[in-house]
Design a protein around this ligand. Structure first.
Ligand code: SIN
Ligand code: CO
Length: 378
């Protein structure tokens, strides 16, 4: 991707300019980001996905007749009979992770790879009946809200007061103060930075695609990294036992010996001294597949010498020293590292590239093919 080339997708801005001016900073309304867009998934296909138990979905129903409980939230899966009638106004079905299940949606998501893969969360697709929406709220995500079918009226604002209405089953701002209002048509898109207040209401039946980017929280990362580093420290330090042949007889029976404190400190510092430990733990965490993803091995039918492609659900990342794939890490150097990075960036290795891999790297690739993490060219 040429990051300095103006893109229709970004309203004529280049990815570089968009990232500098808007990313995490201010909204952007893009008219006809994808001209003539027809929704990749039609309503029936979306409803089919919402019926699957490995596809997270939610149903939000507005109930104005009960002013004390104006919102109802239900968790999927939803058979068609569990969804309200199409002509009933004011409901929304939200389906997460649609990019994992549909190649067309995955291709749409891939248009946003000017943002690092490690930041991308998923594509959520919403279907709303007339008047449907999820109420005024804010997200902790950066999000591109692509209108895929029909029309939605958006009201947005830089809300300072982020207090929520108490007792609601979903996050609803207590004092929403919109500053801008506009209607998006199919193909139009709205970018919102995190915590920007918004409220989208369907004007007639509509479908909206949210390409969402997660901002990991510092506490979450610390916990995940430390946990992985702890496991590794345990493997490495193994059964080394504390020894205290010089322990003198003591009178303060309950006092923890200084030597034991020093032993614990040394054990901890040893694992922190490994310069790659943090990188490894972070990459493994970030490349972990989503909870509802599992791979079926032994299904490859193509010819792995003709080229290999990442399975749609595989998450492959890299850093200076490692390759990460679906929560596992591998040290890679030289030509192998170059080719593995190409696979992570392009999601593809050609027959000619495959020939250049070392025997060890090729063996790994064959294992990933067998695990269903890669697909061979047919
Ligand atoms: C929706 O698609 O209905 C909601 C998207 C959002 O407001 O984040
Ligand atoms: Co939102």
């Amino acid at each position: 991707m040429n990051i300095d080339q103006p893109l229709q997708l970004l309203g004529g801005l280049s990815p570089s300019t968009f990232m500098r001016r808007h990313w995490q900073k201010k909204p952007l309304v893009i008219r006809q980001a994808i001209p003539g867009l027809t929704a990749p998934l039609d309503r029936a296909e979306l409803f089919d996905l919402a019926a699957q138990d490995d596809v997270p979905s939610r149903l939000v129903i507005q109930t104005p007749a009960t002013p004390l409980k104006p919102w109802r939230l239900k968790q999927g899966p939803f058979g068609r009979k569990n969804l309200p009638a199409l002509k009933q106004a004011g409901w929304t079905l939200l389906v997460q992770g649609v990019d994992l299940h549909d190649a067309r949606v995955r291709a749409l998501r891939d248009q946003f790879r000017f943002v690092p893969d490690a930041r991308l969360d998923d594509v959520m697709v919403s279907y709303a009946s007339d008047g449907g929406g999820v109420g005024p709220h804010f997200d902790s995500y950066d999000v591109f809200l692509l209108q895929a079918q029909g029309q939605r009226r958006w009201r947005i604002g830089r809300q300072k007061n982020l207090d929520l209405q108490p007792g609601m089953p979903l996050k609803i701002l207590a004092n929403f103060a919109p500053e801008q209002e506009f209607v998006l048509n199919a193909g139009d898109m709205l970018y919102l930075p995190p915590r920007y207040a918004h409220d989208g209401v369907a004007l007639g039946e509509c479908m909206t695609y949210s390409i969402g980017f997660r901002s990991p929280a510092a506490g979450e990362l610390a916990q995940e990294i430390l946990q992985r580093m702890a496991e590794q420290a345990c493997d490495e330090a193994g059964d080394t036992l504390y020894r205290d042949p010089a322990q003198a007889a003591q009178t303060q029976c309950a006092k923890i010996p200084e030597g034991l404190v020093a032993f614990a400190r040394e054990a901890l510092e040893k694992s922190l001294r490994d310069p790659l430990a943090l990188h490894r733990a972070l990459g493994e965490y970030l490349s972990e597949p989503k909870a509802q993803v599992w791979f079926e091995g032994g299904q490859n039918h193509g010819d792995p010498d003709q080229g290999v492609r990442l399975d749609r659900r595989t998450q492959m990342l890299y850093d200076e020293a490692h390759i990460f794939i679906n929560g596992e890490s591998f040290l890679a150097r030289g030509q192998d590292a170059k080719l593995m990075r190409a696979l992570a960036d392009q999601h593809y290795l050609s027959a000619a590239q495959l020939k250049k891999l070392s025997a060890g790297a090729r063996e790994l690739l064959d294992q990933w093919l067998d695990d269903g993490w890669l697909q061979a060219e047919l």
